[in-house]
Design a protein around this ligand. Structure first.
Ligand code: T3D
Length: 257
């Protein structure tokens, strides 16, 4: 818990809330380090098996706090030191991360949502590649994840034209895992997180790792990676439980080990 980030663990899920609602959860310096710490806490806590990342108030995040920007800022260093470690951490945490996009996700806020493993999107939410409107280029992994999710051509369109993508369009593009009405928001996000938190966590970690590596691997490397990962998954107690439950015709009870 800090001024800029709320952190709570409930039902094996870490809830991380970006908490600068009057600035639409725009990132200042403290929020970068507080978010990274919250992600590290969730990673290190063995009771946590899913992570929800969301925003307080009406926005998910409006990206960089533009009131902190002046001529003295070295953008390359800002990205290397503040944003990039967060995006790396999200990719490398061996637990599923859900971006619960409650409202606008703009600029680096959009990038943050893209770096999550799932995007649950409120009917009231939208995505905006706002960078072009201030003469910047998409950053924080946006040019990595967006074309991989929506395809090169659509990604270029969203980056260059900088038009708002509303929830239903996000679903159509594959940007949203699911669109949720405001009335059912909290319960559906909790249910989805609970579902992930009760799954075989180590297998999910291996899936994340394998998929990430597959983008710049040959077929041979991927096949070897799968063989290695399956060797590890095959030694987990969750695998044994899955097989046992199948044979006993009952629902498996996975414990994440
Ligand atoms: O350091 C670097 O620059 C390199 C890294 C860059 C990463 C980036 O993220 S660059 C992109 C930065 N983000 C943006 O350009 C988005 C700017 N915001 C907007 O375009 C709009 O606010 C939204 C589309 C997100 C939402 O529009 P709307 O009409 O719903 O709200 P609003 O009235 O514009 O904003 C409400 C308040 O939040 C307002 O403050 P006020 O007038 O009530 O006191 C507004 O100034 C503030 N706010 C919104 N976004 C930011 C912000 N304050 C600081 N920084 C922001 N990014």
């Amino acid at each position: 818990m800090s001024d800029t980030i709320l952190y709570e663990v409930k039902n094996s899920t870490a809830w991380i809330t970006l908490n600068r609602p009057d600035k639409l959860n725009a990132f200042n310096k403290a929020m970068h380090s507080d978010l990274l710490k919250a992600l590290q806490d969730a990673e290190n806590d063995k009771t946590v098996r899913a992570i929800v990342l969301t925003g307080a108030g009406r926005a998910f995040s409006a990206g960089q706090d533009l009131s902190e920007v002046d001529n003295s800022i070295d953008y390359s260093e800002l990205l290397r030191n503040r944003y990039n470690p967060i995006i790396h951490k999200m990719a490398n945490i061996g637990k599923p991360i859900i971006a619960a996009v409650n409202g606008t996700a703009a600029g680096a806020g959009f990038s943050l949502a893209l770096a999550a493993d799932f995007r649950l999107v409120s009917e009231k939410a939208s995505f905006l590649n706002a960078f072009i409107h201030i003469g910047l280029v998409p950053d924080s992994g946006n040019t990595y994840y967006l074309p991989r999710i929506v395809g090169h051509s659509k990604a270029l369109e969203l980056m260059v034209l900088g038009e708002k993508v509303v929830a239903e369009e996000a679903l159509r593009l594959g940007l949203a895992t699911k669109v949720i009405s405001p009335e059912n928001w909290k319960s559906e996000v909790s249910m989805f997180a609970g579902r992930l938190a009760s799954m075989p966590t180590k297998a999910i970690a291996l899936i994340k790792e394998g998929l990430l590596k597959s983008w710049d691997s040959t077929l041979g490397e991927v096949l070897e990676g799968e063989a290695h990962a399956q060797g590890l998954a095959g030694t987990t107690s969750d695998h044994m439980e899955g097989v046992q439950a199948f044979l006993e015709k009952r629902k498996p009870l996975f414990n994440g080990d």
